[in-house]
Design a binder for this molecule. Structure first.
Ligand code: OTD
Ligand code: ZN
Ligand code: ZN
Length: 349
């Protein structure tokens, strides 16, 4: 039985680090294990210009503990007012790695997102030309569409038309949660990939709702029924380079989640690698974890694989992690997979 697994240092291709007190507290939880992360721009107000992205990057680097070697890969929040020239300049200067598309109102802090997709066509054309990836929150926001169908409907009504209208645009379908999404990625070869979270590999919708409502399992896109979770596990552990890790670790203070109208988001930065090792071992795919966390993402983003390594170790006792992280914005509960995990990160180099 494998007890040690050494991998190139992994990257997180979808992460929320927030700002201020929350950033200070959660940043080390990611930088301990991960070398790079695609940083989501949904601050309040959102990161919409190259100058704002550069300033946010500097705040993240200042929050990085000394000795942690971490590169934040910044994104811009696409709005109907985004200036293509600013996007191209920020990319050429190495300030941003990608642009993020949120349909207006789709998730936490997405009010400034796009309503009329024709109004961002100029930006998308410029991005296609320059090879800048578009990261997409793939859910429609139409209140008449059932929340469990919003990803599949988005693919049909929005994503596929955007890709057809913008040949060459490189797209990441973020946090894919359905078999429909997996199948769509598999059926389209060029310039399309998907990130998969840790929590969507672990929970289905029963975990949120059966036997009591569990706010710490509520996120967007919401976890779907079991067949979809199994499709995600299969895709993540298949070795297909179009699927890679994006934790979507999204911290909220506990009082904002444990509320009559709780915020969406699961905080997995602390235990992501331990849980992934457990999941891949269950799938008899420990040898494919390296592709999912360390190789497929850099290949899509045209970046080198990290030079340092991380070693995962399987112990005889359950790996411990704190139930919650203390922050000056209040405690943040760490995602509980609901089973014992024996893998831990032994060392990084
Ligand atoms: N989903 N929560 C958040 C973002 C994500 O859609 C997402 O990327 C957040 O809190 O920023 C969530 O549930
Ligand atoms: Zn999203
Ligand atoms: Zn997210």
């Amino acid at each position: 039985m494998t007890r040690h697994l050494t991998l190139p240092r992994p990257d997180d291709w979808h992460l929320h680090l927030r700002d201020g007190a929350m950033l200070a507290a959660v940043c080390p939880e990611t930088t301990r294990d991960f070398a790079r992360a695609i940083i989501m721009p949904n601050l309040v107000p959102p990161v919409v210009t190259g100058a704002q992205a550069a300033a946010y990057r500097d705040r993240i680097l200042a929050a990085c503990p000394p000795g942690h070697d971490f590169t934040p890969l910044m994104t811009l929040y696409l709005t109907e007012e985004t200036d293509p020239a600013d996007v191209l300049r920020a990319h050429a200067e190495g300030i941003i790695t990608a642009v993020k598309l949120y349909p207006a109102g789709a998730t936490t802090n997405s009010a400034s997102g796009v309503t009329d997709f024709d109004r961002v066509r100029g930006v998308l054309d410029a991005m296609a030309e320059a090879g800048i990836p578009l990261c997409v929150h793939g859910e429609v926001t139409d209140s008449e569409v059932d929340i469990f169908d919003r990803e599949a409907v988005f693919i049909e009504r929005v994503l596929d038309p955007i890709r057809r209208a913008t040949p060459g645009l490189r797209v990441v379908l973020e946090h894919v949660t359905t078999r429909d999404g997996v199948d769509y990625v598999r059926a389209n070869d060029d310039g399309l990939a998907a990130t998969i979270t840790v929590h969507h590999l672990v929970i289905n919708r029963n975990h949120i709702l059966a036997g009591g409502i569990r706010p710490h399992y509520y996120c967007l896109p919401v976890a779907k029924r079991e067949t979809h979770r199994l499709a995600l596990r299969e895709a993540a552990s298949s070795g297909d380079s179009r699927f890679f890790l994006g934790t979507d670790s999204a911290p909220h203070a506990d009082d904002a989640k444990e509320s009559a109208c709780g915020c969406a988001g699961c905080f997995t930065a602390t235990n992501a690698m331990s849980i992934l090792a457990h999941v891949f071992e269950e799938e008899n795919a420990l040898d494919r974890l390296e592709g999912f966390v360390s190789r497929h993402g850099p290949a899509f983003y045209r970046l080198p694989v990290n030079e340092g390594t991380i070693t995962l170790e399987k112990g005889d006792t359950a790996a411990g992690w704190p139930d919650r992280i203390d922050t000056d914005a209040g405690p943040v509960t760490v995602f509980d997979p609901g089973f014992d995990v024996f893998w831990r990160v032994a060392e990084g180099a």
